[in-house]
Design a protein around this ligand. Structure first.
Ligand code: FES
Length: 113
């Protein structure tokens, strides 16, 4: 008998080199998307440690934007400071994924300095 994994979703991540891979993300642990990406060995500075103050966790949502929680004023203000941010931009540290986010696809855009 096959057991369905209730609290694991698959998301697709494109790195700065254009390499894409699908990773499994548990949704029943209290980690932000930034922390999950770092745990998956993506190079994200996260200088402000998730306070929406550095924007080095900038990601572009390629699929699934509607399934994410709305950005706060603080997140939008920070994104406004980025020259390359657009309507698909989010800060990964402000996102906590749920089972609704199955199939989310994103590209890592944060700078390394
Ligand atoms: S880690 Fe600094 S804004 Fe997300």
């Amino acid at each position: 008998m096959l057991f369905k994994m209730e609290n694991i979703i698959n998301i697709t991540v494109e790195d700065r080199n254009g390499t894409t891979q699908t990773i499994e993300v548990p949704t029943d642990i209290n980690l932000s998307l930034m922390e999950i990406l770092k745990a998956s060995e993506y190079n994200i500075l996260a200088t402000c440690v998730g306070m929406a103050l550095c924007a080095t966790c900038h990601v572009q949502i390629l699929n699934g934007m509607d399934s994410l929680s709305e950005a706060t004023e603080q997140e939008l203000d920070m994104l406004d400071t980025l020259p390359d941010a657009d309507a698909e931009s989010r800060l990964a540290c402000q996102l906590h994924l749920t089972n609704e986010n199955e199939g989310l696809t994103l590209k890592i855009r944060g700078t390394l300095q």
